[in-house]
Design a protein around this ligand. Structure first.
Ligand code: SF4
Length: 52
């Protein structure tokens, strides 16, 4: 299922104007390795730092 992903991480390779994510899919994980308790415990694992 394709959904629009809005993202503010503008230094990611997949980031596009208008806070759009241009990746075909993203993988979101709980970075604690356990069940996430709130939004601060989730991360986009698809993030790739933009190369300068
Ligand atoms: S891959 Fe993740 S961090 Fe990168 S623009 Fe998309 S949602 Fe944001």
């Amino acid at each position: 299922m394709a959904v629009d992903v809005l993202c503010e991480v503008s230094n990611c390779t997949y980031w596009d104007e208008g806070n759009k994510c241009a990746a075909d899919r993203i993988y979101v994980v709980s970075h604690t390795g356990k069940e996430a308790g709130d939004q601060h415990e989730t991360d986009c694992k698809t993030f790739q730092p933009e190369q300068h």
